[in-house]
Design a binder for this molecule. Sequence first.
Ligand SMILES: CC(C)(COP(=O)(O)OP(=O)(O)OC[C@H]1O[C@@H](n2cnc3c(N)ncnc32)[C@H](O)[C@@H]1OP(=O)(O)O)[C@@H](O)C(=O)NCCC(=O)NCCS
Length: 184
Amino acid sequence: MQQKIDRSAISPDESEKLKDKLADNLQVSDGILEIRQILRHKKRFLDLLLLADEQESMINLYLERGEMFALYDQNILRTICVVTNEGDKTVELKNIATDPQYQKLGYGKKLIKFISEHYAGKYDTLLVGTGESPLTVLFYEQNGFKYSHRIKNFFTDNYDHPIYEDGKQLVDMIYLQKRLSNWP
Ligand SMILES: CC(C)(COP(=O)(O)OP(=O)(O)OC[C@H]1O[C@@H](n2cnc3c(N)ncnc32)[C@H](O)[C@@H]1OP(=O)(O)O)[C@@H](O)C(=O)NCCC(=O)NCCS
């Protein structure tokens, strides 16, 4: 027997959320862990995006042109990232953030492994820029990135307020890169 859905029971807000979820494009699933490409309403993840990049106007510069992926474990959102095409067979990881209550559980590593495999073949290099924060730089090094170059005064020139991490003001942007052509 066909089950009847009482559509009046779904609020407009819930109905929009359902439409967003249906539009998300499933990339990987083992029944528990899922990675979805987010195709509409990327701003619904703004809270997480702001963890990695605290000025919304800077996020706006790459969010729409970027490809966004979200990692769910047992249907709970854990980590998101945004990747942009920078030309010359290079993609850049512009933003990656794990919900603070689920950090240090390996979700960031899993999402980086996924995007490394996803873009390998079509692109040669995965770039990432970060502030001079030892923990974050270590995270990228542990995930196969190596120091590439720095952009002097990037944070002081481009952000409308001083950005601090672990009590230290960020000044230069440090770029690290990973070759995708030899992946894995
Ligand atoms: C960086 C980040 C995405 C890592 O995600 P994650 O799911 O915790 O990643 P993993 O569990 O795979 O790896 C954890 C490693 O990240 C490193 N790390 C980087 N920043 C960290 C932080 N703020 N707190 C704790 N660990 C951090 C640690 O070296 C840790 O290694 P360990 O477990 O051996 O101690 C996550 O810490 C985060 O969302 N930070 C805030 C946003 C951010 O700074 N993004 C990067 C912007 S360039």
